[in-house]
Design a protein around this ligand. Structure first.
Ligand SMILES: [Zn+2]
Length: 265
């Protein structure tokens, strides 16, 4: 999402929304009693940011379009008028470009939120922000019996860590994913904190991970999937220690880890 947002920002900041086409109502949500297209038409885009896994398009009125892409959503900027596959929301912008929200599986949402609406109140700390210090992370883990992997994915605690990055960070820190979060000793918690930052920054430099359908605002794939150490690698040997990479399921999510250097005890 960070990569998508960076690409979008360059292309749409400052543009006016001249027209809105909603092809699938559930994908463009407005506050109760308001019509999405009517409200958004005529707005100007001030900027584009990110909060957790949401792309956030800031509008001049102070309102926002909070976009969740889920697994297969795409935000793509196109010039010209040709059709785009699964384009369910289309914003016609000044300068003759279109911002298209497409989603094969239709799980994504573009939601218009009021200035005063606390739409992100359920989202936790941003893992790349200065507020996410090692000490804060240690305090957050304290007393938690949740498997540490599930803790990392809980968007109410830390916002924006997905399955790929949780697996990779735990591998890098040498921590078993099923270990109760509160049982991590301070040195391990510090290692994990460092690994989370390193993995996320590396992924951003490589412009994200293109597993499934992800593409950025230019329609390009990311490069992080080519440098994965553990995610999706069951049956291969660990590049660090030669141990076997295995896949288990933790709280319903596929989880990859090294049997040798990510020990439970
Ligand atoms: Zn290993």
């Amino acid at each position: 999402v960070e990569t998508i947002v960076r690409g979008l920002r360059r292309k749409v900041a400052g543009k006016r929304i001249d027209s809105v086409r909603v092809g699938l109502k559930k994908m463009a949500v407005a506050p109760p009693g308001l019509d999405f297209a009517t409200e958004v038409t005529g707005e100007r885009i001030e900027g584009v940011g990110r909060r957790g896994k949401y792309a956030v398009i800031r509008l001049k009125s102070g309102r926002r379009l909070a976009v969740s892409l889920r697994m297969t959503g795409r935000l793509v900027v196109l010039s010209g008028s040709g059709p785009y596959p699964y384009a369910y929301v289309e914003l016609g912008l000044s300068g003759g470009v279109r911002l298209i929200f497409a989603d094969v599986r239709q799980f994504g949402r573009m939601r218009l939120v009021d200035r005063r609406e606390g739409w992100d109140a359920d989202l936790g700390v941003e893992p790349l922000s200065g507020a996410f210090t090692p000490d804060r992370f240690i305090a957050m883990l304290s007393g938690r019996t949740t498997p540490v992997k599930a803790f990392l994915l809980d968007q109410r605690r830390i916002a924006g860590i997905g399955n790929i990055y949780a697996c990779e960070a735990l591998w890098e820190a040498g921590i078993h994913p099923a270990k109760p979060a509160g049982s991590l000793l301070k040195p391990a918690a510090r290692r994990l904190h460092g690994a989370l930052g390193a993995v996320l920054r590396r992924a951003i430099v490589l412009r994200g991970s293109s597993i499934d359908d992800y593409v950025d605002a230019d329609g390009s794939k990311g490069g992080f999937q080519n440098v994965l150490s553990v995610y999706g690698k069951e049956g291969t040997s660990c590049s660090r220690c030669g141990g076997e990479i295995v896949r288990t399921v933790i709280r319903g999510r596929g989880t990859w880890w090294c049997r040798k250097h990510q020990k439970l005890e």
